[in-house]
Design a protein around this ligand. Structure first.
Ligand code: 5GP
Ligand code: ZN
Length: 106
């Protein structure tokens, strides 16, 4: 499968890692839209929110908690969590990911 984020997860593409565990990888966005712009990605390939199945609900809860953990570690006072879905929703990479944004947008 030709998926950029799967390549990043498999360490086949360069990446600036923020968080890594058995289920998730978080890394700095290559083209940050805010002073802090981190992508949090489940290691399981799911194309988008539109492709989620009922069995993914725990994983999606964990995804939000990873964002909270990173935000706490970075002592963020506030942040935005964004998931783009589909081309018309602004999704460019077809591997589900959560954007964690903080600080004044550039
Ligand atoms: P989407 O628009 O799909 O929600 O977000 C994709 C994000 O991936 C964009 O913010 C884009 O800057 C980022 N991105 C694209 N290619 C790479 C890459 O090779 N490395 C990293 N770290 N981020 C990338
Ligand atoms: Zn993938």
């Amino acid at each position: 499968m030709d998926c950029l984020f799967c390549k990043i997860i498999n360490k086949e593409a360069p990446v600036d890692i923020v968080y890594d565990d058995d289920k998730f990888l978080a890394f700095n966005d290559i083209n940050p839209k805010a002073p802090i712009h981190i992508l949090i990605v489940p290691k399981k390939h799911i194309s988008s929110v539109d492709h989620l199945e009922i069995g993914d609900k725990e994983l999606m809860g964990e995804l939000i908690l990873i964002a909270q953990k990173i935000a706490r570690e970075k002592k963020l006072k506030g942040y935005k969590l964004i998931i783009n879905v589909g081309r018309e929703g602004g999704q460019i990479i077809d591997h589900l990911h959560l954007h964690l944004l903080a600080g004044k947008p550039k």
